[in-house]
Design a protein around this ligand. Structure first.
Ligand code: ADP
Length: 811
């Protein structure tokens, strides 16, 4: 039952309508047809029965005389006339015992009837009717007793066939059945039609609603009737129209954030949706609280553009004040219309209007108007629609305003960023210029400082060498102090210059191939004079078969020298060890000392420029605080680094790790100066040409080399030098690189380009350490100022005598 009900609920409306009607029609005819048939049969049979009974009574009555008188002839006549009656099957007279007296069928004579029917017929006191069947024939059997003086003398029986009646009944039944089926079919058809006609609009409505729900807002439901379904259809159509309009508004509004376009969209759609002649938006000015027209659609004149809505005055003022919509059917008669507005409205021909507030978060920010040039009653529905549009407008207007603000902020920000970028670029330019100036200044200053410093050192050493015997010991010590201080100052200047070069990225790496072990030996030998053998012992712990390195030998040497001199400086007593190990494709060189150690918090700081553990140690040990910084810069330049491990009071280990092969630049050939081809030069004894723009430098050379058998001829500039070289063809030339008028590099190039001078060995003596370039240009040797007398003499000694192959030796 439950499932039947459930199925019924799921049926379509048409089926729900058609099913009960069809059921009713079927039940009606199902009951009606048999009923009618039954009644008809009964009527026909009852008629036949009445007629039969009447005939039997007449038969009995007419037979009384003949029975009383036993007149069989008369009886036969009566029976014959009875039997000739229509439908009479037989007629007979029985005596009370059932014995046949006369029978219409002569063959029955002498029979006695003892069957049930005959028994009840002979015993009956009133007329008797029984239905019977003889073969296939249905019949009525009538029996009427014949009384004479209250004595039952005989029974008259008549058999009347019902075949005719039944034939009629069958005909009639067929007719009724036919008519009934016809009526049933018509009834069902009627039910179906009725159901369809009632449900079709609903079906269409349902289909339309489904399509609308699926997003087809253009679907219009056909409305034929003005009944409830028709009204529902109309409502649906209106709803779809409204949804469509809102959808279009949403689409249009979301496609732009430009305030003017947003306002135009709102007025245009408001006009369309409400079918109005004019629509406009007035915006409230936050300062004055009054509203002014900002967008108008459908106006014919520019009258409305001047419309201003003061707070609290006129129709708009009322809406602004109350926040509720106001509709006016006839503007010319409405007292709420402000006087100054009446004229504007008349010029535009406005008769009716509807105004709603545009509100956002409880604040009325504007007004939305629709107006008609004909009298119009704006109803509840129009107000709702316009209110909805106003709500959309409020959001869109706010979004547009926010967007405007954000855009403005972004523009401001962009401008500020641009300004700041320009400022920064300017600062950067200035910084770059400052840095360039600083480097130039440092380069110039170091040159300017080094020239007199070299002179001081040179002269001091000269005086010390020549006057050691004559000078009082105290004076000699003073000279030693001068020499030491000047050396330190020179060291500092060189360090500062190195640092500025590294920082400016101008420090070149000149890789050469060399043996690490021999380089370490040179370093150890160099620092040896600095240690007191009774206090400090220098040791080396090198892995056997250390590989050949290809890297900047000068820089590596400078690092190791710095680590070694630090170790010596900060160690009182013990063994300082230089160790070297191979680590894959790298080598590590460590300098370990048992000295004072470095506190943990200073272990990184000491690698920064001018940083020392404490300044008192500087006073004690000297130093600039630049050594480690430069060393680390160099180590990194070579693709490695320096680390430190230390325990306070126990000593330190500085470990340098670098790749065995410096990979960034093509490898220069073996670090040997270019072989010099001896030229046949006129030998003027041991004449030396010194080209230097500093007369002191020439003087010092002359003084230092004079007593070694060299005659030094000076040239105070490049051009003079070239001239003298050609004229004198000296044994050797010393050349300063940084000269005021003519660069030493150019002079070297010219000397090597001139066939007359190209064979003369040139020893470069300069403050700049740029050996490789000098060798490449053909220099015989390279000494860094302040020159050491012994070093220059060693170089000169290496020059082979004229006529023999002069082979240059690198240094
Ligand atoms: P400088 O030695 O010229 O002062 P460095 O940059 O070479 O400059 O060293 C910076 C500081 O690091 C030193 O002043 C010293 O305080 C500390 N330092 C360097 N090497 C050692 C060492 N082997 N033992 C103890 N302290 C050291």
């Amino acid at each position: 039952m439950g499932s039947l009900l459930h199925r019924y609920r799921n049926l379509s409306l048409r089926a729900k309508f058609a099913l009960p009607i069809a059921l009713f029609v079927v039940l009606l005819f199902g009951a009606l047809i048999p009923g009618v048939l039954y009644l008809h049969t009964r009527t026909v049979l009852d008629g036949a029965r009445e007629r039969g009974l009447d005939l039997t009574k007449i038969f009995a009555h007419s037979s009384v005389q003949a029975v009383v008188s036993d007149d069989f002839l008369a009886l036969r006549q009566i029976i014959n006339s009875m039997a000739s009656e229509q439908d009479v099957l037989y007629a007979m007279i029985l005596d009370p015992s059932g014995r046949l007296l006369v029978h219409s069928d002569m063959r029955q004579a002498g029979q006695t009837y003892t069957d049930e029917l005959s028994k009840s017929a002979t015993q009956a006191t009133a007329p008797l009717v029984q239905e019977a069947k003889v073969g296939a024939i249905r019949m009525y059997d009538f029996a009427v007793p014949i009384y004479v003086l209250n004595e039952r003398r005989a029974v008259a029986r008549l058999g009347i066939s019902l075949e005719r009646e039944w034939a009629g009944i069958r005909r009639m039944g067929g007719l009724i059945l036919g008519l009934g089926v016809l009526a049933l079919a018509m009834g069902l058809a009627l039910a179906t039609w009725l159901a369809r006609s009632v449900t079709r609009p609903m079906h269409e409505l349902a289909e339309g609603a489904e399509e609308i729900a699926a997003g087809n807002l253009s679907r219009v439901i056909a409305v034929r009737e003005r009944d409830e379904v028709g009204r529902l259809g109309e409502t649906f159509n209106r709803m779809a129209r409204s949804l469509k309009a809102r959808g279009e508004i949403d689409r249009d509004l979301s496609s732009t954030l430009d305030l003017t376009s947003v306002l135009e969209t709102i007025t245009r759609h408001s006009r369309d949706v409400l079918g109005a002649d004019i629509a406009c938006v007035a915006a409230v000015n936050p300062g004055t609280k009054a509203a002014t027209m900002v967008s108008i659609a459908g106006a014919r004149t520019d009258a409305l553009q001047d419309l201003k809505v003061p707070a609290g005055r006129g129709l708009g003022g009322e809406v602004l004040a109350t926040g509720r919509a106001v509709a006016v059917v006839d503007c010319s008669k409405d007292p709420r219309i402000a006087e100054e507005h009446s004229d504007l409205l008349r010029r535009e021909g406005i008769v009716s209007t509807l105004v709603v507030p545009i509100s956002r978060k409880g604040h009325t920010t504007g007004l939305l108007y629709v107006a008609n040039r004909r009298a119009t009653v704006f109803g509840r529905q129009d107000e709702d629609t316009l209110n909805h549009l106003a709500a959309q407008a409020a959001i869109a207007i706010e979004n547009a305003r926010l967007y405007e603000e954000v855009t403005k902020h972004a523009e401001d920000l962009e401008n500020k960023v641009e300004e700041r970028t320009q400022e920064l670029q300017e600062i950067n330019r200035r910084l770059e210029a400052a840095s360039r100036h600083k480097s130039e200044f440092l380069a110039n200053m170091s040159h300017e400082l080094r020239t007199p410093l070299n002179a001081i050192i040179g002269f001091t050493r000269l005086v010390m060498r020549r006057s050691k015997e004559v000078l009082p010991a105290k004076q000699y010590e003073n000279l030693e102090k001068i020499n030491l201080s000047a050396d330190q100052l020179l060291l500092l200047i060189n360090d500062v210059l190195d640092l500025s070069k590294v920082e400016a990225g101008k420090m070149d790496v000149r890789p050469v191939s060399f043996q690490l072990e021999s380089m370490i030996d040179v370093c150890l030998r160099t620092v040896e004079p600095m240690v007191k053998p009774e206090q400090i012992h220098l040791a080396k712990d090198l892995e056997p078969d250390l590989p050949q390195l290809v890297t900047d030998q000068d820089k590596l040497k400078q690092i190791v020298m710095n680590l070694l001199s630090n170790a010596i400086k900060f160690t009182e007593t013990g063994t300082i060890t230089v160790s070297a190990r191979r680590q894959g494709e790298r080598v590590s060189v460590a300098v370990t000392d048992p000295g004072m150690g470095i506190p943990e918090d200073a272990r990184e700081l000491i690698f920064e420029e001018f940083r020392q553990v404490d300044s008192s140690s500087t006073r004690r040990h000297g130093g600039t605080g630049l050594g480690l910084s430069i060393s680390r810069h160099f180590a990194r330049l070579l693709g490695g680094d320096i680390t430190v491990q230390s325990r306070l009071g126990r000593g330190s280990t500085f470990t340098l790790t670098i790749p065995m092969r410096y990979e960034h630049e093509p490898i220069a050939p073996e670090a040997s100066p270019m072989a010099l081809k001896p030229t046949v030069s006129a030998h003027h004894g041991k004449v030396m040409l010194a080209i230097d723009d500093d007369p002191d430098a020439i003087y010092l050379l002359r003084e230092n080399l004079g007593d070694a058998g060299y005659r030094v001829v000076g040239a105070l500039g490049g051009d003079e030098g070239l001239e003298k070289a050609r004229a004198l063809r000296p044994f050797a030339i010393t050349l300063d690189l940084l000269m005021a008028h003519r660069n030493g590099w150019d002079v070297l190039r010219d000397l090597k380009a001139d066939p007359v001078t190209m064979g003369i060995p040139v020893i470069v003596i300069s403050v700049v350490d740029n050996k490789e370039s000098a060798y490449r240009l053909g220099a015989f040797d390279y000494l860094v100022k302040p020159f050491d007398r012994e070093a220059i003499l060693r170089a000169l000694e290496r020059i082979p005598p004229p006529g023999r192959g002069r082979t240059a030796v690198g240094g």
